[in-house]
Design a protein around this ligand. Sequence first.
Ligand code: UD1
Ligand code: UDP
Length: 363
Amino acid sequence: MIHAICVAGARPNLIKIKPVIDVLESLGAKMTFVHTGQHYDELMSDVFFSDFEMEKPTHFLGVGSGPHGVQTAKVLIALEELFTRDRPDLLVVVGDVNSTMAGALAAVKLGVPVAHIESGLRSFDRTMPEEINRLLTDAVSDLLLTSCRSADEQLLREGIPASKIRFVGNVMIDSLVMLLPRVAASTKPRELGVQERPFVLVTLHRPSNVDAPARLKLLRDNLVELSQQLPVVFPVHPRTRKMLDQAGIGTGARGLVLTEPLSYLDFIALETRAALVVTDSGGIQEETSYLGIPCLTVRPNTERPITITEGTNRLLDPEKESLSAAAQAALQRGRRLGACPIEGWDGHAAARIILALQEKLGV
Ligand code: UD1
Ligand code: UDP
């Protein structure tokens, strides 16, 4: 029996990991699930275990928050000890957070094969910590599992042999498809007063949007203006909450409803009903593209261009264009009807991951 270790640490990892764990278990592998503790608040971590009826992790490293070097080093030290002791046959990591990169680095130095889910995405913006994590993780991984064909092409351009690359589709969509049948059970839209009315759903957490008070104020002003057109629901990431509080930026406005971060079930209950989503999240660009909901991404670039060319996403620069005007145009375009046209975004990525693991690593 092979021994596979899955490492996850931040909200988007925890959401993507359930379909992966399920398929590894279906292979009959011994499965160890390590939660690094990069995210630790109940609403950034525990809640996803309830959402997906997922067993508690085998190990919780409890690394917590900190500067990049400290956080990455803590994960690296703890995983090196664990891998040295347990000698797994395979490490599986997802996405582009510090825990992803630290896991891959610890494993490769010990000769543990690494499978990276969501390989090959590039924003070409090295000011983003995630871009550095993506480049480093892909450079040391043995099996690069991609969610879109342009990621395969990018990896080939970077000199990665084709034999290491497998297009499998988007595992985040597997998680979404898994939970969609249960969204009707969420009472959140009613509690927030948007059950019967069109509204805009907002998330913002990128350092480039929230860490500088002037930028954060500009975005607050844009949201306040937008909330005069339509109610705006804004579940606030802890990083953004901290920055709002530290800079003393008020958010009181009649149509602007701030909440704590939401469970995945509550969040997708809102997302599926939203007339428009405004975000800087990676995963939400993908979910809205799958669901056909117009999305404005408050970033100068995206590592997920397929959400623009084949999905419902558009980039927005709030320094040059008013959010309200862009929202008007997006609302007029409205929802895409019919199935998601993006190849491999179909709820079956994890099944294709298994085939790739069997074929490439003989597990
Ligand atoms: C991290 C990822 C980012 C991802 C995001 C998903 C990196 C470099 N960044 O960013 O790619 O999009 O997660 O949400 O890995 N905090 C809490 N409670 C928590 C977690 C964080 O209060 O449970 C606060 C702390 O003040 C912390 C700050 O949020 O310093 C930032 O957390 P951190 O994990 O460093 O980065 P994120 O901005 O969450
Ligand atoms: N999400 C959630 N609750 C929230 C906000 C987002 O469950 O309050 C989900 C969202 O549906 C998506 C994921 O979190 O699946 C995206 O995570 P995040 O934006 O934190 O990270 P990113 O995708 O940008 O790395």
